[in-house]
Ligand binder design. Sequence first.
Ligand code: TYD
Length: 135
Amino acid sequence: MQTIISKLVNMESLGDERGQLTVLEENKHIPFEFKRVFYIYGTISGVRRGFHAHYKTRQALICVSGNCKVHLDNIGRTEEIILESPNTILILEPNDWHEMYDFSPDCVLLVLASHLYDSEDYIRDYDKFVEVYGE
Ligand code: TYD
C-alpha cells in the first residue's frame, strides 16, 4: 500500500530475508506514463542543480541511494523536502520550480519523466516561470 503526504508517496518495500525490492508501475504507483529515465550521481559537494520548471513534463524523483534535498517553489509556497529512502517518491508537476542540493557522496537520484527530453520544455528563467505560472 502507499500513503500520500503532499507530493510524497511512501512505497512499501517487498523485502524478505534476501533483502529489499521496490516496484514502480506507471499509472499505478507513478501517476503518469514515463517515457524517459535518467539518474544523477557523483554530484560534487556543494553543488546545487535543477533551477527550472517545465511546460509539460511531470517527474517522479527517487533517491535510490544516499540522500539529497529538494527545494520546491510554486510561487507563494516554497518547501524543502529531504529524500533519504528508496521507498519515497517525490512527484513533481510541470509548475514545480525545483532545485536539488546537499547531495550525499553516495547519492543516486533516479528520475522518471513523462516526456522525452526537449530543451524547449524547460523554463530556466525564474521571471519567465512567474510570468507563466503566476497569478
Ligand atoms: P541539466 O538540465 O543541466 O541538469 P539539471 O537541470 O538537473 O541540473 O542536464 C545536464 C545535461 O544533460 C544538459 O546538457 C542536458 C542533458 N540532458 C539530456 O540530454 N537529456 C535529459 O533527459 C536530461 C535530463 C539532460
